[in-house]
Each structure stands twice: as structure tokens, then as C-alpha cells.
Design a protein around this ligand. Structure first.
Ligand code: AVI
Length: 296
């Protein structure tokens, strides 16, 4: 907030209310990524199962995508275990407990870690593991700058052995009108999700943001191949955060999120650069979203 371009990292969106609003975004008509990725998983889970084979340890980055991981859990034969990795312990333990109820024979090993930072997998020896598969759905990789995305891929590669793989959802470049609509839904759910950040700062950092004096703004930045989300100050104002005043000019913004979009080739090049082989890619008929199967 002290930089010339005020900015807040998008990971701060996801408090309880923010996570609920994100779940609602996934349901709105204009936000195609979730339903398209689910469609791809449903259509190709048998192909994925064949590539992975038996006794797989399924590692998931994040644990919020229970509907998606269930499709894999149902399709993969004789799983060695399921290891969700999430920074939010509370969220992960709840999601893991629900999965353990639905899959009583499944060995669930919940790991509390930040998968964007360097970390090690805990030793796992309960059942023989023939293959490790990292599942990273939702195009969450798009919320990282491309340099950070490469770093995450390299870090993921270090967790794997020869023959192991990564299944990753990546949102595709497309008509900017479709992208702009997806981040400006008519119901205003994305706007509420963006503005919730200010509510969170008010509550957690003793601040006095007036939400009616800020506006949600999302647009596709073609030069950078990314959706940018901002909160725009509708007037000149001063906001106090934990006793420190922050001045806003009229129309000054807080940059809250980038969501990078890639072509299939661009993402494959990035994966290659990070040491993966792009073995298989699936996309929908409208080329909205891609699911990449990478091996090492
Ligand atoms: C989580 N992430 C991939 C979403 C995206 O599309 O970048 C977050 C989001 N922001 C606004 N709508 C959805």
C-alpha cells in the first residue's frame, strides 16, 4: 500500500467470506473455467487413469477443488494415497475429513504447506507407490507472474521422480470479450469478491475503508496477456489502516489480482523450460481451457 501502484497479493482474497464468494464465482454463467475443466476431467479421466497406472500417490495443490479431485479419485485404480497440500490448515482438514468419509479405504495424508515456496513431501511408506501425480487444477498457476509460475513448476519437478507426472489446468487466450465478461459477471459476484478484501482489512487491520467509495475494475491487458483486477477509488480520500493514513487520488487503484492466459504452445514451452515433457493436452471444443499432462 506504500508503493506508487498500491497492490494487495491475491492470496488475501481467501478468508471464509472470500472463499464462499469464490465458490459462487465458479457457478456464474460468465465464469467458464470451472465447468469447462470439470467437463474435461469427466471426459478424459479414463485416459488420465491409463497414463498414471496403479498405486498412484495423488498430490493436490490446494484442497478447495473437492468436486474435481473426486473425479480423479473415482477413476484412478488402486490409489496408494491422496495428499492435499494447502496453506490453510482449517480448510484442508475439513475438506480431507469429508473426503475420508466418502472414501473410507483411501489413505489421506494432509500436508499444511505453501506450495509456492520450497518444501519437501513428508515420507510416505504405508502403501507401495508406483507413481506420483501432482494435480493442480483451476488455472491457479495463472495468478502467478510467469517467472513465479516457472519457479513453481521447477519446485514441483523436484518433488517427482522419473516417470512421475503433473496434471495442470491452464486457462487459454481467447476473445477478450469472453475474458472481460468472466471477470465482470452481471450478478456482481466478482465485484463483491474483490471488494471483500477491503472488508477484511477493516476487520483484521482496524481500518476504515468505506466500500461505497471503491469500485471493482477488471479488464484484459492484451500486452501482458492477463486479466487485471483493481479496486478504484471513486474520489480523493484518506483511509486509516491501523492508525496509518493512506491517501487516495480520485481514480487511483489498488491492484488486487493478475490472471495470466496462455496459448497451449506457450504453456508447453514454459513446462519444457522447467524440465517437464508435455506429454498430452486436452481442450474443449471452444478452446476455452486446457488440461496438460506433464511428465519428467
Ligand atoms: C483462482 N483463480 C484461478 C481465479 C482466476 O480466474 O484467476 C480467481 C478469480 N478471480 C476472479 N475471478 C476468479
Amino acid at each position: 500500500m506504500t508503493q506508487p501502484q498500491k497492490a494487495i497479493a491475491p492470496k488475501f482474497f481467501y478468508d471464509k467470506r472470500g472463499s464462499e464468494l469464490f465458490d459462487q464465482i465458479c457457478e456464474v454463467e460468465e465464469y467458464y473455467p470451472t465447468r469447462t475443466e470439470i467437463h474435461l476431467l469427466k471426459t478424459y479421466c479414463r485416459d488420465i487413469a491409463q497414463l498414471v497406472g496403479q498405486d498412484c500417490l495423488l498430490i493436490e495443490y490446494g484442497s478447495g477443488s473437492s468436486a474435481k479431485v473426486r473425479l480423479l479419485l473415482d477413476a484412478l485404480p488402486h490409489l496408494a494415497g491422496y495428499m492435499p497440500i494447502d496453506i490453510s490448515q482449517e480448510h484442508m482438514l475439513q475438506a480431507s475429513a469429508e473426503l475420508a468419509q466418502s472414501y473410507p479405504d483411501l489413505d489421506v495424508i494432509a500436508v499444511c504447506a505453501d506450495y509456492t515456496q520450497d518444501f519437501q513431501l513428508p515420507p510416505y511408506s504405508k502403501k507401495p507407490v508406483n507413481h506420483k501425480l501432482i494435480f493442480f487444477p483451476g488455472s491457479t498457476i495463472g495468478n502467478l507472474h510467469p517467472q513465479e509460475a516457472i519457479h513453481l513448476l521447477k519446485q514441483s519437478r523436484r518433488l517427482l521422480d522419473k516417470g512421475d507426472s503433473m496434471l495442470i489446468g491452464v486457462d487459454l487466450k481467447k476473445d477478450p470479450a469472453i475474458l472481460n465478461a468472466a471477470y465482470n459477471d452481471a450478478q456482481g459476484v466478482t465485484a463483491a469478491f474483490n471488494l471483500n478484501l477491503l472488508d477484511r482489512i477493516n476487520q483484521e487491520l482496524n481500518a476504515n475503508f468505506d466500500l461505497s467509495h471503491f469500485h471493482h475494475w477488471a479488464f484484459y491487458n492484451q500486452d501482458e496477456s492477463r486479466i487485471e483486477m483493481h479496486l478504484v477509488s471513486l474520489k480523493e480520500q484518506t483511509v486509516i489502516i491501523d492508525k496509518t493514513p493512506f491517501h487516495f487520488r480520485q481514480d487511483e487503484t489498488i491492484h488486487t489480482e493478475n490472471s495470466y492466459k496462455y496459448s497451449i504452445e506457450e504453456f508447453q514451452d514454459m513446462a519444457n523450460y522447467a524440465g517437464f515433457d508435455a506429454q498430452q493436452v486436452w481442450t474443449d471444443a471452444d478452446h476455452l481451457f486446457s488440461l496438460h499432462y506433464l511428465t519428467i
